[in-house]
Design a protein around this ligand. Structure first.
Ligand SMILES: [Zn+2]
Length: 181
């Protein structure tokens, strides 16, 4: 191989790896269960701040698992402030409206259509939840019949990865034991 051919070859490798890097997306199933559980525990800790609607959320860096932002349901302040939206706001206030593909949002309850849509609009790398909407209904929180999966699949704009049932028993207990008014 002459020098020119070698150079072309090296450039090819460089471009290929760059392209792979740029296209690399979060793979939720590649994240160790221990990391999912650590993040969900942080979401549960946030949820404790709202005893009636214990929806807590955190956003993590998908690679390191570091917690970047936190949120809890504050609908007593503003009807838009579900836990996930509070968390999105907290993230943007610290890091700006960027790097969404590299982060994962963890929430104690399956996102409602508003929150799931917001997460899709953000093009977030992944969404992980504890309690399903069926469990939330059993706890007296009867929201939409649309599941997060249906909202995600129905999006023509972009889709994200979804994973449910992480620390489901703990999250279900949180909602079943909530303070009912
Ligand atoms: Zn919501």
């Amino acid at each position: 191989m002459n020098r020119r051919k070698a150079l072309v070859c090296l450039c090819g490798i460089g471009l290929a790896s760059l392209t792979r890097g740029a296209l690399a997306k979060v793979n939720l199933s590649a994240i160790p269960m221990k990391s999912h559980e650590t993040a969900m525990r942080a979401a549960i800790a946030m949820a404790a701040q709202n005893t009636a609607y214990p929806f807590g959320a955190v956003i993590t860096n998908a690679s390191s698992g570091a917690i970047l932002a936190k949120g809890v349901n504050k609908t007593f302040e503003n009807p838009l402030l579900h836990g996930e939206i509070s968390c999105i706001n907290n993230y943007v206030s610290q890091y700006g409206n960027k790097n969404w593909a590299d982060v994962v949002l963890y929430t104690t309850g399956e996102p409602c259509p508003m929150c799931m849509s917001a997460l899709i609009w953000a093009r977030i790398g992944g969404v992980v939840y504890g309690s399903s909407i069926a469990s939330l209904k059993k706890a007296g929180i009867d929201i939409f019949t649309f599941t997060a999966k249906e909202i995600n699949q129905g999006s023509n704009f972009s889709q994200t990865q979804l994973l449910g049932g992480i620390l489901e028993t703990e999250c279900n207990a949180l909602f079943m034991n909530r303070k009912r008014t």
